[in-house]
Design a protein around this ligand. Structure first.
Ligand SMILES: [Fe+2]
Ligand SMILES: [Fe+2]
Length: 165
């Protein structure tokens, strides 16, 4: 039986967009922020391990963005390009912050807090826009999308076409 993870404290039912995989990914990202804060409380951290954790977090964010972009592209949603640009801009900011300050406890905390507020704001506004379109049109075709996407995953379970930002 699958282990039930605790809900992230920043998660709220009102953030649910109604697409199971997306809601799960959003919850996982907020939980990841909490894991980072817990890790940063450890007294014997090296700069290398802090930066590695923050880079891993950035990859996690990137994976989620790509999933959403694939979904929007597949269903030909109106705001695909704008939404993709918003993701791209955030990832550029995130990469820059991680490379500049992501090897120190204080810097990593600031980045995690920044990401947390950004995510909550983005989910509540931008993600709800495509979710509304999805709920109007997708239905059973969503299963086809998931199967289509599954076929393109590499051995790590990530999409085979992750673009570099
Ligand atoms: Fe999202
Ligand atoms: Fe998004």
């Amino acid at each position: 039986m699958e282990q039930q993870l605790p809900m992230p404290t920043q998660w709220h039912e009102k953030y649910k967009v109604g697409i199971a995989e997306i809601d799960q990914q959003h919850m996982d990202l907020l939980r990841h922020v909490e894991t980072i804060h817990a890790m940063l409380a450890h007294p014997k951290l090296t700069k290398t391990s802090i930066r590695a954790t923050m880079r891993e977090f950035a990859e996690h964010v990137k994976f989620h963005f790509k999933f959403e972009e694939d979904l929007m592209f597949y269903f030909n949603f109106n705001d695909y390009s704008t939404h993709k640009e918003t993701h791209k801009f955030l990832l550029m900011q995130l990469k820059k912050l991680v490379e500049e300050n992501g090897d120190q406890v204080s810097g990593a905390r600031r980045i995690a807090n920044f990401l947390q507020s950004w995510l909550v704001g983005h989910i509540s506004v931008d993600d709800f826009v495509y979710a509304k379109q999805f709920n109007q049109i997708a239905g059973e075709e969503y299963q086809l999308f998931l199967e289509h996407r599954q076929g393109r995953r590499d051995s790590e379970g990530r999409p085979a076409t992750l673009d570099d930002v």
